[in-house]
Write a protein that binds this ligand. Structure first.
Ligand SMILES: Nc1nc2c(c(=O)[nH]1)N[C@H]1C(S)=C(S)[C@@H](COP(=O)(O)O)O[C@H]1N2
Ligand SMILES: [Mo]
Length: 256
């Protein structure tokens, strides 16, 4: 039988799980040899689907109860983007805001807040850890990033999800941005949050929409989302290191 290399074996395992053991039970050696190359071919074209299946079963980070909530979820970094565009969006309660999702996708799309709110939601009480030495526990509600990705259909060469934000933290042309890989993108606790502690997301915490990527440190949790871009390489974006703080020396991988 053909040798399978390690990364592909992981993908194949996910695919096999989805096909179900029953389908495999009746295979004799002869049929397996004609069936096997077909599965490999399909695994390649389905690599994001298979990846999603595998990643969806990764362990969750600890979740807390309402009794554990921090009295105030403090703001860090930008507390208000303050640009003319952001001010006019906020003045209209973000009714004119929409999230663009494009790049290496089969089906580029734009989502209004109302559309995001109508999608499947997840609520989670988690602890946020900032490298500056503080933590806070908050209850976040939002749409799983995996739901959005299923709609836009990532191309097989897409390797990272990049989050472009509304705040020019580094001066006029230097907007906050972040990026994650698909292990984090498909993780069940990775959501685009529009609520904090059951209320509309406050401006100080990233209104109208912010990323929660719970296995990562605070700076990965991009606030004030405007645009999500799927790419195969981070080198072409801003300073090339995958994030506003990464371009200034922080580690790209900030996870557990
Ligand atoms: N757009 C944007 N996202 C951001 C930041 C920022 O300044 N701008 N700061 C990051 C850092 S360092 C932390 S700790 C958290 C803070 O989130 P909070 O303001 O809700 O506490 O947001 C992260 N995401
Ligand atoms: Mo932070």
């Amino acid at each position: 039988m053909r040798k399978i290399d390690e990364p592909r074996r992981g993908i194949l395992r996910g695919l096999l799980a989805s096909l179900g053991a029953a389908a495999l039970a009746g295979c004799d050696a002869a049929s397996r040899s004609s069936w096997f190359p077909k599965v490999l071919k399909r695994a390649e074209s389905l690599s994001h689907g298979a990846h999603r299946l595998v990643t969806a079963h990764q362990p969750l980070v600890q979740e807390f109860t309402r009794a554990d909530l921090s009295a105030d979820f403090r703001s860090n970094g930008t507390a208000n983007p303050g640009t003319d565009i952001y001010k006019s969006l906020a003045a209209n309660h973000f009714a004119d805001w929409s999230l663009r999702v494009d790049g290496l996708v089969g089906n580029p799309a734009q989502f209004t807040l109302a559309q995001l709110r109508a999608m499947r939601s997840r609520t989670q009480i988690t602890r946020h850890d900032c490298v500056e030495g503080w933590s806070a526990i908050g209850e976040w509600t939002g749409v799983p990033l995996s739901e959005l990705l299923a709609l836009v259909q990532p191309k097989d060469n897409a390797k990272y999800v990049v989050f472009h934000c509304a705040d020019p933290l580094g001066g006029e042309q230097s907007f906050y941005y972040e990026s994650i890989d698909f292990d984090d993108a498909y993780h069940p606790q990775t959501i685009l949050a529009y609520q904090l502690n059951g209320q509309e997301l406050p401006i100080k915490n990233g209104a109208p929409l912010r990323l929660r990527v719970e296995r990562q440190l605070g700076y990965k949790h991009a606030k004030y989302l405007m645009h999500i871009e799927l790419v195969d390489d981070l080198a072409r974006i801003a300073g090339g290191k995958g994030g506003f703080w990464e371009d200034r020396g922080y580690e790209w991988y900030a996870g557990i």
